[in-house]
Structures are given as C-alpha cells and as structure tokens.
Design a protein. Sequence first.
Length: 158
Amino acid sequence: MTTAQSETMSYLTMAKTFFGSSHPLFNAFGIEVEEIGKGRAVMSMPYSVELSNRSGCLHRGVIATLLDTNCGLAIFSRLGDMRPIATIDLRVDFIKEASVGEGVRGEVECYAVRGDIAYVRGQAIACSDSALLASVSGSFAVGTLGPAFDSAIRAGLQ
C-alpha cells in the first residue's frame, strides 16, 4: 500500500468514526455507515417513534438530515480527506412517505468535483423493500473557512 493510499484509508476510517456512533446527533438518530469509498456513501437509520411525524412515519426532516450527512460523507470519500465543506444548494424531493415502523437507507454519490465545488446526487429508500422515498441533489463548497473535520477527530482521539 502506498503512503497516499494509507492516508486515504486513515481519512476514511476517521470519517466513518465521525459519522458513526461517536457523533451525538448521529448516535441519537441511530445512523450507521454501511459503505464508504470512491465517492459513494451508504448510511442507514432505523425507525424510531421519537423521530416520527404525526402519522407515525420517520419525519421528513430526519430523512433530509440523513441525506445531507450522507452527501458530506460521499464528498469526503471522493476527496480522500475531510476538508471543511459547506452546503451551497441541497434539494430533497420527497416521493413517498416511509411506512410506519420503516427504517431508511441513504445512498449518495459525489459524481464531480470542479474547482472548489462538489456535486452530489442520491436517494433515500425503504430498508425493507427498497421503495424510493426521496431523491437528493446538491452542491457543496470545498475548502471553506473553519477547521478540517479530520483535525477535530484526531484531537479527540488523543
């Protein structure tokens, strides 16, 4: 393994740690990182009555949070590091409400990085039958002001 590949693996491990159970919000949501690499990220979230709307389905805001987070992870996996990013534009189109008791899986790819802008697209699907629940697309500024996520994670690990 080359030094560059080793560093990339280290960043991806840190990203998985940050977006996994060590983050308070993602931990409260029960978000799990299922797959990461080559500009693609897959995350899932189980059903939770506390995160449900009046009809008992996962709230759209919770699903949008899952997708936004998933977009960031897909960008980091494409970049190979965790430089600061900021959402420029994020569009979530809700197609179908999740069933009561249904968990959700987000699948996002970062399909292009041009200059300091990263572009993403993906979807939220039902865990049980892969029914399409929402689509997502967006653009993110790369290298914005603020600390890099990997620096914060490294400081926390020491």
